[in-house]
Design a protein around this ligand. Structure first.
Ligand SMILES: Cc1ncc(COP(=O)(O)O)c(C=O)c1O
Length: 392
């Protein structure tokens, strides 16, 4: 039976598409490490695979699973990292193409665009994709080829209205690519809102255990631009290793459970600390006070994600003091894993970072919610007024 026609994405994820290994009957997929495939005497290859830089069955299995979760009959290609996936999209554009990119977004993408897009000949412009009037003014019909949006966007968790953005882009003949790393297909399926391309750092929630580096690009259509992205992957050698692809499908089996749990806990933490006297702000799209809340409530399905940020009332020194005091949260970069992380983004991103220096980013895992709340309460109390004074 082809389960894809019959069951929900949640079941497909839990059973990793339910494809029993034909050779052994095993329910867990095998890892195919072979770099090359045997050619038949007539010159053909049994499954059209020649060399693993182009095609690998373990990657293809994870690709089929992720495509089933993002839906709309899309195509999927895995990459060696989220950055390899994102840059493949930009590098498949042509010199002179105008690109509009969210002003707030993962800093690695911004850094790459700042360092390399110019030499690639791209005309990159940053705009506020939460402000549709600003987007309308920035689009150059006939020259703008791509709009790039991340929602919720790192690390302020701004929300872009995907349906509205896609409407504006398509009127001008431009594509929309959405970095769906933070929402994951559990909470938002950008193709349902009109997106042309979806990009993931699969290192985050899709893998979910902090032990594999991978990325993905998905396309609503198998058109020439899609073929260019696939060709870039093959020719630039941007494939993930089979073991990472295998860990990815393994992680996706619990994706729905993990994302829902992280979202519920993030909501509880945001609600608990909203208005706390030691905090200047809690940034989380689930809070009604968040400027993107109404759109998020419409666009996100069953939760607002596991990412939030807090801004400390006492400024940078206060943020550093709280960071030193946590015991349950792990001080580390990255996001989307089973353990909760806390990070001073400004310090990670460096002096050119636009992130406020009083901000701590939290990636909520699947621990007992009460332990996380107690840890933050304790850290805020311990950092106390000393931290606030240091921050002034
Ligand atoms: C939203 C987002 N997109 C892309 C990336 C890049 O992914 P990777 O680290 O897998 O290259 C990250 C990494 O943190 C991210 O958070």
């Amino acid at each position: 039976m082809d389960q894809r026609d019959a069951v929900s994405p949640e079941t497909l994820a839990a059973q990793a598409l339910g494809e029993t290994d034909r050779a052994s009957g095993g329910l867990a997929p095998v890892i195919n490490l072979s770099t090359n495939y045997e050619q038949q005497p007539d010159g053909s290859y049994p499954e059209d695979r020649v060399y693993t830089r182009a095609d690998n069955p373990t990657s293809e299995h994870a690709e089929r699973l992720l495509a089933a979760l993002e839906g709309a009959g899309c195509a999927c290609a895995l990459f060696g990292s989220g950055m390899a996936a994102a840059t493949a999209v930009f590098q498949s554009l042509l010199p002179g193409d105008h690109v509009l990119v969210s002003r707030v977004l993962y800093w690695g993408v911004r850094k790459w665009l700042a360092e390399f897009a110019l030499s690639w000949g791209l005309d990159v412009e940053f705009t506020d994709t939460t402000d549709l009037a600003a987007v309308t003014a920035a689009i150059r019909p006939g020259r703008t080829r791509l709009l790039w949006a991340e929602t919720p966007a790192n690390p302020m968790w701004e929300i872009t209205d995907l349906a509205a953005l896609c409407g504006l882009a398509h009127q001008a003949g431009a594509r929309v690519a959405v970095d769906n790393t933070v929402a994951t297909p559990v909470l938002t399926r950008p193709f349902e809102h009109g997106a042309d391309l979806v990009v993931h750092s699969a290192t985050k929630y899709l893998n979910g255990h902090g032990d594999a580096l991978a990325g993905a690009v998905l396309s609503a259509r198998r058109d020439p631009f899609w073929e260019r992205i696939r060709s870039w992957r093959r020719n630039a050698g941007a494939m993930p290793g089979p073991f990472d692809a295998w860990l990815l499908q393994r992680g996706m089996r619990t994706l729905f459970l993990r994302v829902r749990r992280a979202s519920e806990t993030a909501m509880a933490i945001a609600a608990h600390f909203d208005g706390h006297p030691a905090l200047a702000a809690v940034l989380y799209p689930g809070l009604v006070s968040h400027p993107g809340h109404q759109i998020a409530a419409r666009q996100m399905d069953g939760g607002f994600g596991g990412m939030l940020s807090i801004r400390l009332a006492g400024g940078a020194g206060h943020a550093q003091a709280v960071l030193r005091e946590v015991r349950v949260f792990k001080r580390a970069t990255s996001l989307g894993g089973v353990e909760s992380l806390i990070e001073h983004r400004r310090a990670t991103e460096g002096p050119s970072s636009p992130v406020p220096d009083d901000l701590l980013r939290l990636s909520i895992g699947i621990e007992a919610p009460g332990d996380l709340i107690a840890d933050l309460e304790r850290a805020l109390a311990a950092a106390g007024t000393a931290g606030m004074e240091a921050g002034r």
